[in-house]
Design a protein around this ligand. Sequence first.
Ligand code: ADP
Length: 505
Amino acid sequence: MKLHDDNNEKEEKTKFSVHSIKMAWKVFGFMVAFIAMLLALLWTFQTVFLQNFYTAIKTGSIRSSASAIAQNIDNQDLQTLIERISLSDSICIKIVNEEGEDICSVETMRNCKIHKAPADVVQGWFQDTIKNGGSLEYFGKDYNKEFTAEMKFSGKLPPSDHFVQESLIYSKIVTKADGENVMILLNTFITPVNATVDTLRIQLVYISIIMLVIALAIAIVMSRHLSKPIIQINMSAKELAKGNYDIVFKASGYQEISELNQTLNYTAKELSKVETLRRELIGNISHDLRTPLTMIAGYAEVMRDIPGENTPENVQIIIDEANHLSTLVSDLLDISKLQSGVQTVNLSVFSLTQNIHNILMRYAKLVEQNGVKINLEADSDVFVSADDVKIAQVIYNLVNNAINYTGRDKTVTIKQIIVADNSQRYARIEIKDSGEGISPQQLVLIWDRYYKVDKMHKQAMVGTGLGLSIVKSVLELHHAKYGVESEEGVGSTFWFELPIVENLK
Ligand code: ADP
């Protein structure tokens, strides 16, 4: 046994690791896809578009510097301002008049184009800028040869190995307070980002490798964390399927898992209840079938073996027991039909009062023999629309119970009362006995299938425990109100109400 358990445990553990490895691969797959997307984005932005971003940022910065200067063009401290801007943004700045002469200037870079340009070139820029609507951007390759206007504008560029960096010249025309037009000239360099791109590429390769390792680790940890409770639940559910209803689902983890656990624990509890009920039902039925069968066999044997025992009384006992058996079987059939929903009501309009009369006729012999008194108090004939056979079954069951459980006075009273609710009148049938009554705790249970109040009580042997369950099913099928009032030591009154059909011709 121990060996068997060990083997089982090993098997479960292997299953566990197989499941969690499968899950780890899945999680890893998703993470790799995510990382690949992230890296592709990084790669695109950092390598392909880096130069464009850098140029756009530089252009934006030179434009805003030009605007700041333009706003302060009449300022006394213009020189200080352009010095500050020039230092903080690494820009060479020059403000010139229409003739190309300097008004103020700051030169921070060695190869500054605007300071090296001759006055006639500057004048040319002035005109170009005015033509262009007041501002102009020149992008030009910077070469380790002298910069000339001819080179700049003719497009005859020196060989590429002379290329050092790209130069950005920005010009803006502003009108001073005294009406004079001046040009703000700014020059900055856009250093090629090739070296940076190479560095980033190498970094991205390293980042990719590190991310993949981290992803694998996270995938393993995550899948263990996620799959462990699920596998535990799976194992417990298999136990439940084998019929072990005592199993407790106790796997802990995230909220969904604990909710699933609660549901499964509830399921296990309900299943065990159903199982108990099933066992009890089989026990009860077999007991109830055996008792009359033993009686029938016993009496029959006595009658066969002992001369003179073949009396009508003994035959009657056999008949009674056989009847009891057939009642039990038909009750069982009724209840299973009613509760499986196969039964439907066959509506017809009939006299409920007459129906009760007919049922009571069946008791005439019993009344005669046992001294049972059955009183019917009904003022008028009432008609209802219902299934007459099933309603008769209800009345029969209730009257039977009342007779079986009534007290020493052996009196059962059936009352037909007419009650009104809004414009509808109802026939309320009350079946009253003077028996021991039913305790409040048991009042709610008596309607249950196979419930008998006191299984040891002699009277409980009379019934099948199915009568009230049939009554309940039939009345619910008719959507009728029903109930019971009972006082211990005084008696019980079972009642139901059916709507009266008026204006019958
Ligand atoms: P049974 O066939 O045993 O009468 P029922 O379903 O008709 O089964 O009734 C269930 C239980 O309810 C009975 O076993 C009995 O204990 C109780 N009961 C039913 N009717 C009465 C009554 N009129 N007075 C007292 N107890 C009753």
